[in-house]
Structure formats: C-alpha cells, structure tokens
Design a binder for this molecule. Structure first.
Ligand SMILES: Cc1cc2nc3c(=O)[nH]c(=O)nc-3n(C[C@H](O)[C@H](O)[C@H](O)COP(=O)(O)OP(=O)(O)OC[C@H]3O[C@@H](n4cnc5c(N)ncnc54)[C@H](O)[C@@H]3O)c2cc1C
Length: 479
C-alpha cells in the first residue's frame, strides 16, 4: 500500500514493527524481505515521480575534491536506482582482509559470509545467477596474452533489464498488506530512550509542514551513504555529537571509486578489448563487460590498493582516436575524507552537509603504480605503446580524478565501538534497535561498484532481523 504523507487525511502518527527509512535499493530490498516477518513502514522522502523540490533537500557544500551532492543521487521511491547504470560486481576475497599497508582495512565479516546473499541478490537485479567468474561468464574473451601472475580478469555484469527499483517493485507494494510505503515523508529526527540505548520514535515531516511521530520496534536507516550519516549527526537531542557518534566516526571515511585514464599508454590493439568497450553477450547470453586488474599477489608486493582497468571511449572523442584505458580505483579509508554538518538548513529543518572528499598519498601511489605496471604489460604484449612523455594522473595535470556516484564508508562496520559505527550485524553500536543498510557500512571500498554488495548486505540484515523475531517469539512461548 502507498500513502501520501502530504494528504490531510493521512495520519502521520503511526506505530509499526519495522520502520525502514529510505526507499532505494537497500530500503526496498529490506522492506520486501521483512514483510513476511511483520508489518513494515517504508518512509521515503520523495514520491513516485522525480521532483525538484524534494531533490533540493540533498543540496550541500563540497569543500574538498569537487563533488556534486545533487547529481550523484536521486530521491523518490526507488532512490538513486532511477539513475544507476546497472554495473554489478562483487568484492574480491582479499577486500575483506586486513592489509597492513592499508590503514583501517579489514571487515569484521569474511567473504564467505556474504556469498549466500550475493546468490540471492542476483534475482533482485535481474541477473540469472551470481556468477562473476570471468572465465565462466566470458569464455574466450578472457584469453588475452597477459602474464597471469600480474594481470587478472574480472567482469561487470548487467541484469536484463537494469533494475529500476521504483518501477520494478511498485506492484509488490500496491498488493501487499504488510508493506506500507509512506511517500513524501522525510525523517527529520530520531528520538532515543532516556538511557540512549533504544530508538523510541522517528519525527517525520513533509515539505508543506505536516508532522508526525512513528514508533517502531526496529528501525533501519537506508537513506544512502550521505543522508544516513547526515541524519545521525542531526539527531543530537540525546548526545550533542549525534547518534552513534561518541567516537566521532559518523561521516568520516567517505570513499568513492575515483576514475582516471591511464595516460602513459596509447592502445593499438583496441579490437582485443571489444568486450570491455560494450556490454557483450557471454556464455548463456549473460551480459558482461571485461575488466582487468593487478593480481592480489601484485597488489601485496607493491603495497597498493585494488583497482580495475577498462577500455572506454567518451562521447567527445573523435572516432579516429583509439579508445583509452581507464582505472576504477579503490580509495583508501581516510578519516579526513569526511562529511560534517554546515550551518545552513534544508526545508524540513535538517542541517545540510559539508563534504570534504579527500584523496591521500596511498591513493595517488596506487594509481601511479597500477598505471605503470598495466601500461608496461600492455606494451610488452603488443596491445599498446608506452607514451612516457604524457602526463600520468593528478600530480602533473592538476585534479583529474573524477567520482563515480558511489558513497561509501561513512558509518563503517567494525568489531568494536571504538573503531566504527555499526557492528557486524549492521546494528549501531550501543543502540538495541537501530540498524543501517547501504554502502555507508563498508569499511573498505574495493574496486567493485557498491550496489550489488549493499543489496546482499540488506538481505543478510533482513535474515538477521527475522531470526531475532523468531528467537524472541520462542523465548516468550517457553515463558
Ligand atoms: C548516475 C549514477 C549511476 C550509477 N551507476 C551505478 C552502477 O552502475 N553500479 C552501481 O553499483 N551503482 C551505481 N550507482 C550508485 C547506486 O545508485 C547506489 O549505490 C544505490 O542507489 C544506493 O542504494 P541505497 O538504497 O543505499 O540509497 P539510495 O538509492 O540513495 O536511496 C536512498 C533513499 O533514501 C531517501 N531518503 C534520504 N534521506 C531520507 C530521510 N531523511 N527520510 C526519508 N527518506 C530519505 C532518498 O530519498 C532515497 O530515495 C550510480 C549512481 C548514479 C547517481
């Protein structure tokens, strides 16, 4: 069922078992799963159509590397999936592991714990299955003459069709008795119990000034990697630094996937990479694009971050010009790459975001070394010419890394409350009934686009919440 919060006859004081805030891929996935457990209220700031005055709530300041806070996301039922390009990839096993040359690396869960949820996430994004093995997806397209101890192939996969969550799941919400989507309602505050260990109520507001309170047994924030920390920082009624922020980590470690060309290489054998230039049909008709990266061993030897190269053309490139090699890079977790609150407020009274996106010396070094090793290997195999005179990245050309609309790390997952914001079950440390879904919980970013992984984590969180309810019911039954 859909309810429009702007309508005078829509009660905004409500009670529910599960309140999920934000109807993007994370929120919609969790809400659908929890509907079989109990009543779910999905609270969404936007409506069923894109709307400028709602998107204006996302405006803020960028004071570090240039960043658009509005173009990189969308509000409305479906969230930023109305804009996304559908590139799906999985994290590498070593992304989860602590790497001594990457400060603050390591997840409190292992790759194997996510694997069953990747399998389930496939159908959510219209993939036939969660097969990301380059050889089994792409077959012979992977047979390139590179040194296999240095260069490893991966694939991006694309659902058929690309999942626009608003359109894809609207009917399920219309039809369900236990799923209610309250649209045009923004959460403006989170009220905690006197001892600060439980969420009691959410304050919801509409742009035209209606207001109400939602009481819920369990609250899941799924507002995206910028709005979720923003909401926690704004909710300072109990703790002046905001909810979950006793150690000052909410909003820190903002990570992207910086992209930049490999300038030191001119491709000659573009035909080798046709499967990287376009989405191709692989084995069994699976849509994929080829990516090439340095092996785990090479990354360990060089003490650098993860990255993947792809061959691309931009619309402004003359057709006579050969395509370029570009890198999507992991960004180092950096506490100084952070979002804070500014003094200006939006139309529902929330302080706006001031984002200071920063890249550090490990990011730069990883880019430089990855470019050099790939360029040399491509040249050795006859796939291109080295162009050493050409500038290599940001140091010599000024600020050239561009962001890719991925918002990662701002409520990081950690084993202890001193190292992060949520625990390995995505529960905010110290608060019994407050959880976070989305890429803000990733402690490191990998090279892989985040949406497929955040959907897998959302499915895992839904299972966890379902099992807590089952466990509580059993305890009650046994007195
Ligand atoms: C142009 C573009 C291309 C992209 N391409 C890819 C790609 O190819 N592959 C990939 O993996 N990712 C891609 N992404 C990123 C992808 O869209 C996001 O990772 C994904 O949408 C995040 O899902 P989410 O549910 O966490 O957040 P979102 O999709 O951002 O949804 C959050 C929702 O929360 C709502 N909300 C926020 N604050 C509040 C509040 N206070 N109260 C109530 N509701 C609130 C918002 O209105 C929004 O609807 C792309 C993004 C863009 C912009």
């Amino acid at each position: 069922m859909f309810l429009d919060a702007r309508k005078a006859d829509c009660p905004l004081n409500r009670a529910t078992q599960f309140a999920v805030v934000g109807a993007g891929p994370a929120g919609i996935t969790i809400a659908r799963e929890l509907a079989s457990v109990g009543p779910v209220l999905l609270i969404e700031s936007g409506g069923l159509k894109n709307c400028d005055d709602v998107n204006a709530l996302s405006q803020g300041e960028s004071v570090g590397w240039d960043y658009s806070l509005t173009d990189s996301r969308a509000r409305g039922f479906g969230g930023s999936s109305s804009l996304w390009a559908g590139w799906c990839a999985v994290l590498d096993d070593h992304d989860f592991v602590r790497r001594e040359w990457v400060p603050e690396s390591g997840w409190p869960i292992e790759a194997a714990q996510l694997a069953p949820f990747y399998a389930r996430a496939a159908s959510v994004v219209n993939l036939d299955r969660a097969d990301f093995d380059a050889h089994s997806v792409a077959g012979k397209a992977v047979d390139l003459p590179f040194d296999a101890t240095l260069v490893t192939p991966s694939v991006w996969r694309f659902g058929t069709s690309i999942a626009r969550f608003g359109a894809q799941f609207r009917d399920a919400f219309e039809a369900s008795k236990s799923l209610t989507a309250l649209v045009h309602a923004s959460v403006a505050d989170i009220q905690l119990s006197r001892d600060g260990t439980k969420v009691l109520e959410l304050l919801v507001r509409t742009l035209d000034g209606r207001e109400g309170r939602v009481a819920a047994d369990v609250v899941v924030l799924a507002c995206g990697g910028i709005e979720t920390p923003r909401l926690l920082l704004n909710a300072n009624g109990h703790h002046p630094a905001g909810i979950g922020n006793e150690t000052g980590l909410v909003g820190r470690f903002f990570m992207e996937h910086p992209h930049e060309a490999v300038h030191a290489l001119e491709l000659t054998h573009a035909d080798w990479f046709e499967h990287s230039l376009h989405q191709s049909n692989g084995i069994g008709g699976q849509q994929f694009m080829l990516a090439l990266g340095l092996t785990t061993r090479a990354q360990q030897t060089e003490k650098i971050l993860n990255a993947r190269a792809h061959v691309y053309r931009t619309p402004d490139m003359p057709s006579s010009e050969p395509p370029r090699l570009g890198l999507f890079m992991e960004q180092a977790p950096n506490p100084n790459s952070a979002l804070q609150l500014s003094d200006s407020r939006d139309a529902i009274g929330l302080r706006r975001v001031r984002l200071d996106w920063q890249l550090d010396s490990l990011d730069q070094r990883s880019y430089d070394i990855t470019c050099r090793l790939l360029a040399e290997e491509f040249a050795r195999c006859g796939a291109g010419h080295l162009s050493p005179g050409r500038p290599s990245g940001s140091t010599s050309r000024g600020r050239t890394f561009i962001p890719t609309n991925h918002h990662i790390g701002t409520t990081r997952m950690s084993a202890t409350s001193t190292e992060g914001v949520v625990d390995s079950d995505c529960r905010v440390h110290g608060i019994d009934n407050l959880y976070i879904a989305g890429s803000s919980v990733f402690p490191t970013s990998s090279w892989a686009n985040p949406t497929f992984t955040l959907i897998a984590l959302a499915l895992r969180l839904a299972d966890h919440l379902g099992s807590l309810v089952t466990h509580a019911a059993r305890e009650r039954d046994h007195g």
